[in-house]
Design a protein around this ligand. Structure first.
Ligand SMILES: O=C(CO)COP(=O)(O)O
Ligand SMILES: O=C[C@H](O)COP(=O)(O)O
Ligand SMILES: [Zn+2]
Ligand SMILES: [Zn+2]
Length: 350
């Protein structure tokens, strides 16, 4: 089947009360790992590419790999999403290439470093929504600034001083009409999220619940949601790596989020850890090997394993065949008619 709209995947997830993992990719093996995991668990999937991934892969390579994925796994609905678009132009170029969903991360300026003010974020996101919805493409916005790499203090911060303000989230959703909203509740990107298992002081689940209650139609997105499992850290360290002790987001906290409106869960670091551990193991145990397939195959299998686990834990497993995906043209009509409206003041009028 062709690449499908992310909005429909999230609407179906909301109906079914489950979450959908959005896994980052840079190359063929990562896409294959996700697709094999999706087939084994019968899961709909979101595959996402950062700006860095687009640059690394000369994005057209990545796009054609995604078309191959959709072709080779016809029973799996696959959405292709731009992760952390930094400007209108980045989102526009993704849409023109064929992405079926984009994130406009307007919490930072186009330089990816300087925080924007609320009005700037609303304005750029609103422009992206207008352009995208006219083409049937889904939009994720962001309000609040994630900890770690996004707060300008380096990874490992709690992010507390940047958590999303619920009043701003409501106003942002109303003024932009985004399909999905990333909120900052204390998570950060990368492996170094927390120095001990996070509790309610660092992970603001109460805030997430409040935002969901006030914005029931806007799908919530959790970034920085790798769990950074100890066993994956251990493999890396056992075979010559140097990871410092660290904690990620416990799966049970993500599951609590899913019970309260989280529909998209972003995972990159766990895949990276799985891949790196598997490659290190081959290098350490079989130093005579030099065929890339000797280590890329175990790397792919290790990523597939962690992705399958997350698909089961997020609840998307078993749901690939629940619905027949709409075409992007049908989604375009849905936006034009108002049937897909999320803005609190307008939704429900249809
Ligand atoms: O949020 C992410 C991508 O946007 C990835 O988060 P992790 O670094 O926790 O995997
Ligand atoms: O947003 C963060 C993702 O993990 C992508 O990271 P990247 O920018 O290094 O590709
Ligand atoms: Zn951001
Ligand atoms: Zn992110």
């Amino acid at each position: 089947m062709p690449l499908v709209s992310m909005r429909q995947l999230l609407d179906e997830a909301a109906k079914g009360g489950y979450g959908v993992g959005a896994f980052n990719v840079n190359n063929m093996e990562q896409i294959q790992a996700i697709m094999e995991a999706a087939r084994a668990t019968k899961s709909p999937v979101i595959i996402q590419a950062s700006r860095g991934a687009r640059a690394y892969s000369q994005d057209k390579f990545l796009y054609h790999l995604m078309l191959a994925a959709a072709d080779l796994y016809p029973e799996i609905p696959v959405a292709m999403h731009q992760d952390h678009g930094n400007s209108f132009e980045t989102c526009k170029s993704a849409i023109e290439l064929g992405f079926t969903s984009v994130m406009m991360d307007g919490s930072l300026k186009a330089d990816g470093k300087t925080p924007t003010d609320f009005e700037e974020n609303v304005e750029v996101t609103r422009r992206v929504v207008e352009f995208a919805h006219e083409r049937g493409v889904t939009v994720e916005g962001e309000i609040g600034v994630l900890g770690g790499i996004e707060d300008g203090h380096g990874a490992g911060g709690t992010g507390l001083e940047h958590v999303t303000d619920p009043d701003q989230a409501v106003e942002f959703a109303e003024r932009t009409g985004v399909d999905a909203l990333a909120i900052a509740i204390g998570t950060s990107h990368g492996a170094y999220k927390f120095s001990k298992k996070p509790d309610g002081k660092v992970l603001k689940m109460d805030l997430l619940i409040e935002i969901h209650n006030r914005l029931p139609r806007t799908h919530l997105v959790m970034h920085g949601s790798s769990s950074v499992p100890k066993d994956l850290q251990d493999v890396i360290n056992q075979y010559g790596g140097h990871l410092k002790p660290t904690w990620g987001v416990p799966v049970e906290e993500i599951q609590l989020g899913i019970k309260n409106g989280v529909r998209k869960i972003n995972v990159d670091t766990d895949s990276r850890l799985a891949i790196t551990g598997a490659i290190r193991k081959v290098f350490a145990e079989s130093p005579e090997k030099f065929d890339p397939r000797d280590y890329l195959k175990p790397a792919r299998e290790a990523m597939q394993k962690v992705v399958s686990e997350r698909m089961t834990e997020f609840g998307q497993a078993g749901h690939a065949g629940d619905y027949s995906p709409k075409t992007i043209e049908e989604m375009r009509e849905g936006y034009a008619s108002g049937a897909l409206e999320t803005r609190p003041s307008l939704a429900g009028a249809h």
